[in-house]
Design a protein around this ligand. Structure first.
Ligand SMILES: NC(=O)c1ccc[n+]([C@@H]2O[C@H](COP(=O)([O-])OP(=O)(O)OC[C@H]3O[C@@H](n4cnc5c(N)ncnc54)[C@H](O)[C@@H]3O)[C@@H](O)[C@H]2O)c1
Length: 471
């Protein structure tokens, strides 16, 4: 249907002037030029459907790890209570456990501390969400599967290739569903991109340039001061941050990856780069605080970014945030970016070759003022360029740009769904898959998700060895 509609729409347009073609070559994103008379691809409705699950069943769920992601997914139960009910919670932080417990009327006997306590009682739900830190995915997932729970598993799947494969085997052994939270696959933007390429809109796909600008303050927050700063405690940044990107590239290319070569390093955030006299914390009277773009005081109390980690319960008063920055355990976010125990690279490039001969260049960059993935797709008869919310397609025969720019965040039921709507679309598809016991309803099954993880592990080996790695 989509291919036919699309080809029909190509046939209907006349050859026009080449409008707004971006400069070719550099991987840095040229700003997207959207001419007023660009044709719209929005009526193709690529990638958009209601969030309401297509099932009559109510799936009962235990949230393991009631932090940022656990709450994101639990929100779905409030939107569609007839399809999802939170019946248990586990979190070692009393405050988070109680908040989730109270919000969903969870009985006291199903409010647990450590994840292992969930599995000391007989199975009492259909499924579990595993949204604990990266080093606590493998053990709870293996245990949950062995007890017959279906799983929604946060990425990265596990910390080693061996563990990833063991989870896949366990899922097969117990015939359970494991959906990996590769949320971008569920975002209407990326679904539209994928479907358009699949429809032949650019002819034969030849290569992709993809860039993930982390954004400078996000880098400081998560990968210098925060939970993912240490690659050994969590996973290398190519998995911790960019497994989504490898996954999306692999998905769009639609051919197995043959080899990968990577490079990159930690350039800035280390002690030798600290300005003279910088104390260990920004809150210790740092003389550079006013001019430093990475100042914790600026990022949290003035700009009020990334406040989710401070358990503020809605109180965003600057003095209150400052109090948090001075109080353990939150004071780790007050650390000077040059005095943290971090080792994740702040720039990371990799090149992939696929079995069909296609190539992809991927670049993860800390030093950008914005987030939002930039993608360029080169095919034999066309080209697509997108910025994470909208994309433009050029067909070489007409050079008339066509634009997909559905405002997903303005669709009432999608409001507040992170990752361009992907977060809640993932939960919808997972609920449908669990209800029907059919993982073909998912695009991120454990089997396909492992593949892009293997690419990530190979990239990290290549970065360290300087050799091209077979995947
Ligand atoms: N899919 C995505 O796009 C995406 C985005 C961000 C994070 N993540 C991943 O999601 C996971 C959770 O990230 P987050 O941002 O929600 O972190 P978070 O710190 O906000 O939440 C994790 C929660 O797990 C709890 N926890 C820690 N140890 C526990 C234990 N032994 N038993 C039970 N609970 C325990 C913590 O107290 C915390 O509340 C991580 O693996 C992260 O990499 C995925």
């Amino acid at each position: 249907m989509i291919r036919r509609d699309f080809l029909k729409s190509i046939g209907a347009i006349s050859a026009g002037a080449a409008l707004g073609m971006p400069a070719a070559g550099a991987i840095l994103p040229a700003p997207l030029v959207l001419p007023d008379d660009a044709e719209s691809l929005n009526d193709l409705e690529l990638g958009l459907r209601s969030l309401r699950p297509q099932t009559d069943r109510q799936i009962s769920v235990v949230i393991i790890g009631a932090g940022n992601r656990g709450n994101t997914y639990a929100r779905f139960a409030k939107m569609f209570p007839e399809n999802m009910k939170i019946v248990g919670v586990s979190d070692i932080r009393e405050l988070r456990k109680t908040r989730m417990g109270d919000a969903h009327d969870i009985p006291a006997e199903h409010r647990f501390g450590d994840w292992s306590e969930v599995f000391k009682v007989p199975k009492f739900a259909d499924a579990v969400v595993i949204s604990t830190p990266d080093d606590l995915h493998f053990a709870p997932c293996m245990k949950a599967l062995s007890m017959g729970y279906d799983v929604l598993l946060e990425k990265p799947v596990a910390q080693t290739e061996k563990e990833c494969k063991a989870i896949r085997e366990q899922a097969h052994k117990y015939n359970r569903i494991v959906a990996v939270c590769h949320v971008l696959r569920y975002a209407p933007y990326f679904i539209a991109l994928k479907q358009l390429v699949k429809s032949g809109a650019v002819g034969e796909l030849v290569s992709i340039q993809h860039m993930e600008p982390i954004q400078y303050a996000h880098m400081a927050h998560s990968y210098v001061r925060g939970n993912w700063r240490d690659s050994k405690e969590t996973t290398p940044i190519i998995l911790a941050k960019s497994c989504h990107d490898l996954d999306i590239i692999r998905w769009i290319v639609d051919s197995p990856c043959k080899s990968i070569v990577a490079d990159g390093s930690l350039h800035l955030f280390k002690p030798e780069n600290a300005p003279e006299g910088a104390p260990l914390k920004c809150t210790d009277g740092c003389p550079h605080e006013k001019n430093c773009p990475y100042s914790a005081i600026d990022i949290y109390t003035r700009k009020k970014w990334h406040l989710g980690v401070f358990d503020l319960a809605g109180n965003h008063d600057s003095d209150f945030i400052m109090q948090r920055l001075l109080t353990p355990p939150y004071d780790s976010y007050a650390r000077c970016v040059y005095h943290c125990d971090n080792d994740q690279p702040d720039h990371y490039v990799s090149e992939m070759v696929f079995e069909g001969g296609q190539t992809a260049a991927f670049s993860m960059e800390a030093f950008a003022p914005y987030g939002g993935r930039r993608t360029r797709i080169m095919g034999t008869t066309g080209y697509i360029e997108g910025d994470g919310t909208q994309f433009t397609l050029w067909d070489f025969r007409t050079l008339k740009p066509k634009v997909w720019n559905r405002k997903v965040s303005e669709i009432p039921e999608y409001k507040g769904s992170g990752h361009g709507g992907g977060d809640l679309c993932l939960v919808r598809d997972w609920i449908e898959a669990v209800a029907a016991h059919d993982d073909s309803k998912l695009s991120s099954t454990i089997d396909v998700s492992i593949e892009s993880h293997v690419m990530g592990f190979a990239a990290e080996r290549s970065r360290k060895s300087g050799r091209k790695e077979k995947v």
